[in-house]
Design a protein around this ligand. Structure first.
Ligand code: GLY
Length: 417
């Protein structure tokens, strides 16, 4: 099977590494890729937002399967264009990708499916902002009702901060979603979905704030670990039954069946799981940890979903132990980052590339999240040691990373009520 992966982050690097372990995958291609991906896949430049360009590249490369990593092409209908060209595609249609692209659509689907989620209101008129803010708090959750790569979310106990963020979004023409705050530890559960067939992967936890101890602004994600030692065994099945299956069935009923990766971001509160958000693709950086433990062939799994045969796939097998990924970010990230610095030690086992490119034979930084370092081990402590040991070998001027990925779990500080 010839596989083309669309995207250029550490998530795509992780997908390609897992695909390279699948004996059924005969050719690995990536568009556009990055300096690390170049070592394991043939790279091709493409405008990933153009369905026509991606479909025609896939045809030229004689791809049997196209896997679309990021949300923007999915929301723009790139998967539809690839399927229209007669090529199997792992990724939802534009209609189904609204589960991430429009938070208002996601709320409507969840309400119809009877899925627990935060109470929310969409505000598009600045004159209504203050009275709406008064209906929320003491924790305000303010979101951009569109795609914002995680950075459009502000969670704060300070009303002025909430107001400033909402006002700025409105000034820029973006409707604002105000949500009630969901209590409880967060879980990312990725499910491979084909219509009403749902196959969950290992649960993971992201660390969205930039600083240790969950301080500072939100980012695209600074690190993750899997599995979750504090999560009761039955919770994954409960999330599948109470959340993912009903949403998948509701999308089928609306004529926009989901084919791809449905990512449920949840808070596990005292009444059980409640949805913080849905995404229509693999999460970054959780994918880097989750796929490090996948023993089953990834290409066969994703191809089954893309071709409507997911119900025939054997139960997934996983390696024992834990995996941790730690993101090395460029100076200033999540503000506009410093780029163009030479990275020392960017090559090696478990060093996945995101914002990197080759310049005159050297690997240089080219984005906010630069590398994802993956550690594995028999338990979470060992996996953390492995990841942080690898990070010590990487040198990027001005870079920063969180020192506490998975630490609260190791120290037993996460509990489910
Ligand atoms: N892990 C956050 C995201 O992928 O959106």
């Amino acid at each position: 099977m010839r596989v083309l992966v669309v995207g250029s982050g550490a998530r795509e690097h992780a997908l390609l590494l897992a695909l390279s372990r699948d004996p059924g995958v005969t050719a690995l291609m990536c568009a556009p890729g990055n300096a690390g991906i170049a070592k394991i896949a043939e790279q091709h430049p493409v405008d990933i937002a153009s369905g026509e360009a991606v479909a025609s590249l896939a045809k030229k490369l004689d791809a049997d399967l196209v896997i679309i990593g990021p949300e923007v092409p999915l929301v723009l209908g790139v998967a539809d264009a690839v399927r229209s060209a007669g090529i199997s595609c792992f990724g939802p249609s534009a209609a189904a990708a609204r589960i991430e692209g429009s938070k208002a659509f996601a709320k409507d689907v969840m309400a119809a499916a009877g899925v627990r989620t935060a109470h929310s209101e969409v505000i598009d008129n600045p004159a209504k902002l203050d009275e709406a803010l008064d209906r929320f708090g003491p924790n305000w959750v303010v979101k951009d009702d569109g795609l914002a790569a995680g950075k459009g979310v502000v969670v704060t106990t300070d009303r002025d901060t909430a107001r400033d963020h909402a006002a700025e979004l409105l000034e820029n023409g973006h409707p604002v979603l105000l949500e009630s705050f969901l209590d409880g530890p967060e879980v990312s559960l990725f499910c491979v979905v084909d219509g009403e067939t749902v196959v969950p992967l290992l649960p993971a936890q992201d660390h969205k704030r930039v600083g240790d101890g969950d301080t500072g602004p939100n980012t695209g994600g600074m690190g993750a670990y899997t599995p979750l030692p504090w999560l009761p065994d039955e919770t994954v099945a409960r999330i599948v039954d109470e959340v993912v299956m009903p949403v998948a069935a509701e999308l089928v009923a609306r004529g926009c069946a989901f084919t791809g990766l449905l990512y449920a971001g949840l808070a596990i509160g005292k009444d059980g799981p409640a949805v913080v958000e849905f995404n229509c693709r693999f999460g970054d950086p959780e994918t880097q940890a989750v796929l490090a433990l996948l023993k089953s062939p990834l290409g066969q799994l994703l191809n089954a979903a893309a071709t409507g045969t997911l119900d025939q796939v054997a139960p997934l097998e996983w390696y024992d132990g834990s995996a941790v990924t730690v993101v090395v970010a460029a100076e200033y990230y999540p503000a506009p980052p410093r780029t163009g610095d030479v990275i020392i030690g960017s090559d090696g086992d478990g060093i996945l590339h995101a914002g990197t490119k080759m310049v005159e034979g050297q690997v240089v930084s080219a984005g906010g999240r630069v590398l994802s370092i993956v550690g594995v081990g028999p338990d979470l402590t060992a996996a953390r040691d492995d990841a942080y040991g690898k990070i010590a070998t990487v040198k990027l001027p001005g870079s920063h990373y969180r020192k506490d990925i998975g630490l609260a779990a190791v120290e037993g500080r996460i509990t489910v009520n």
